[in-house]
Design a protein around this ligand. Structure first.
Ligand code: MCA
Ligand code: AMP
Length: 512
């Protein structure tokens, strides 16, 4: 039986607060009731086959959680859509996943129009009101296997379009336990939740961990001043480095009275974590100056959840991500044919939280795993270059960067340079394009497109950005577009991106 669902169903009669969202306070009992109604409505007439992909286009909050668990109770697998995605991206996700049904909440109705004629759109409010008769969350949970797919999350890779990483109930249930225990979550916690829900960090690492422990989650969109103000009512905050950057900008602009109040609120937090991208030591130290301790930094991936984490208690080191969580095995693999263990190399991971594979992509899934040189279970290849520092207590891991120059991280979102290049190349004026990430204080990496125009063609930055914006989520749209006479290439005619990055890094940094 799915432990993820069993934990949720166990709260069927729990009157305590599960979620505080912009509509009010919602008890666990009411959230479970909503999920049972959604599950019952979806299953009516045997319409859900086990593992059917059902998408959510739902605003964050209690209804989202009822919809999420409702799909799972019906035996389906959740695909999360975001209003940040323009129509072509939304359609791609649904087509790739084979989604036939999309649950839409009222604030998202307009965005759902992109899917008319592609999928059946069902109004979430109506489903939440479905009479559930004698249906019981525990009985529905009993019928769902640990090995069943629960969640398909899209992540960018080196092959262009995003891939759907399939996570089973067991993968997520194990994550809930590992992270919940490592970070000491209890029913007394209140998580201040401002992360997007279409990615692993916001959905599983933050929200499902909190709910798995019976904690309450305050869900709201990210706004630096509001986060400072709301910290007073929370015990835990989880963010990406770009959020910490913005928090400090707001702090610097605040009055003395606000700073004193905000510092006190931040200090009383039991835990503040950072992940999804490297937390610059300067940001970690600013948090220490305000609260007395650095944020707890950890390493995660869509495919594995949190794998490596600094400790809740004891030494934390700025610039390091700590040690593997229990059950997570690691190997630092060399490049040679035997992939011998080395001091600096690619991080390989295995354990029960590692995902099942990329949906419909057997070749990509095969490439993502490596056989164990000692004949054991295969390893997931993270694509991150890492090392350990034996001079520090426990020899914590340090993430040195990606093995591929085509994978970028901007504000915690993983982006594929190739996906962005493919879109820009469709523009009639573009002859050649290379997308690179340039180190940036606000975003970690700033997406820059270097474009060679077709001879005689004219095109402005604004036009090309607008073209990209119609086809890509706004956070994938290059911040800068540089028009060059040619791109640096090697003898085989391949663009030498590191050389391009070197050239761009010496240019003055734009301000936005
Ligand atoms: C927004 N913009 C961005 C980004 N976010 N550009 C580049 N990178 C971004 N991340 C664009 C907007 O479209 C807009 O463009 C301009 O920047 C200003 O937007 P603004 O409204 O100020 O931004 P925001 O909506 O407040 O977003 C900032 C944010 C957001 C809150 C930091 O980026 C965010 O939620 N990041 C979290 C991503 C995340 O959850 N990653 C987890 C992946 P324009 O001016 O052109 O309109 S999972 C993962 O990594 C693993 C599992 C792990 O370890 O956690
Ligand atoms: P995603 O595919 O969006 O789940 O992003 C996963 C990637 O985020 C990892 O492979 C790392 O490159 C990066 N990442 C996550 N946490 C950290 C961290 N604490 N420090 C550096 N990189 C990180």
């Amino acid at each position: 039986m799915s432990q993820l669902l069993a934990r949720f169903a166990a709260r069927s009669n729990d009157p305590r607060t599960g979620v505080l969202d912009d509509t009010g306070t919602h008890s666990y009992a009411s959230i479970v009731r909503g999920a049972v109604a959604v599950g019952t409505a979806l299953s009516a007439g045997g319409r859900v086959e086990p593992g059917d992909r059902i998408a959510l286009l739902v605003h964050p909050g209690a209804d989202f959680i009822s919809a999420f668990f409702g799909v799972l109770l019906a035996g389906g697998c959740v695909v999360v859509l975001s209003p940040l995605h323009p129509a072509p991206e939304t359609r791609y996700l649904c087509e790739d996943a084979g989604v036939r049904t999309v649950l839409v909440s009222a604030p998202m109705r307009e965005h759902g129009a992109a899917l008319e004629g592609v999928c059946e759109l069902r109004d979430l409010a109506t489903l939440l009101e479905t009479p559930a008769g004698n249906a019981d969350a525990r009985a529905l949970a009993d019928a769902v296997a640990e090995s069943a797919p629960a969640l398909q999350l899209y992540t960018s890779g080196t092959t262009g379009k995003p891939k759907g990483a399939v996570l089973t109930h067991a993968n997520i249930g194990v994550q809930q336990e590992l992270v919940g225990q490592a970070w000491g979550f209890t029913e007394r916690d209140v998580l201040l939740h401002t992360l997007p829900l279409h990615h692993m960090h916001g959905l599983a690492i933050a929200l499902l961990t909190a709910l798995g422990a019976g904690a309450a989650a305050r869900t709201r969109s990210f706004d630096a001043v509001a986060v400072w103000e709301e910290m007073a009512n929370a015990t835990v905050f989880m963010g990406v480095p770009a959020m910490y950057h913005r928090l400090f900008l707001a702090f610097d602009a605040a009055t003395d009275e606000e700073r004193a109040r905000w510092s006190a609120s931040a200090k009383q937090l039991r835990l503040a974590t950072s992940g999804s991208a490297a937390l610059p030591v300067t940001l970690a130290e600013r948090w220490r100056a305000i609260t007395g301790t650095i944020p707890l930094e950890r390493f995660g991936m869509t495919e594995i959840g949190v794998g490596i984490s600094n400790a809740l208690h004891g030494a934390r080191f700025a610039g390091y991500v700590g040690l593997p969580l229990p059950t997570v095995e690691t190997r630092i693999a060399g490049e040679g044919p035997d992939h011998a263990e080395v001091e600096i190399g690619e991080l390989w991971i295995r354990g029960p939280s590692v995902f099942a594979g990329y949906h419909g992509k057997t070749e990509e899934t095969k490439k993502a795993f490596a056989p164990d040189p000692n004949g054991g279970a295969p390893w997931f290849r993270t694509g991150d270059t890492v090392t350990r520092d034996p001079s520090l207590e426990g020899s914590p891991f340090k993430i040195l960067g990606r093995t591929s120059v085509d994978i970028l991280k901007s504000g915690g979102y993983k982006l594929s340079a190739l996906e962005i290049e493919e879109v820009l190349r469709e523009h009639a004026a573009v002859a050649e394009v290379a997308v690179v990430g340039v180190s940036d204080e606000a975003w970690g990496e700033r997406v820059v497109a270097c474009v060679v125009l077709r001879s005689g063609a004219g095109c402005e930055t604004a036009e090309l950005r607008a073209f990209a914006r119609e086809r890509l989520a706004p956070y994938k749209v290059p911040k800068d577009i540089l028009f060059l006479a040619e791109l640096p290439k090697n003898a085989l005619g391949k663009v030498v991106k590191p050389e391009l990055v070197r050239q761009l890094s010496v240019l003055p940094s734009p301000t936005s």
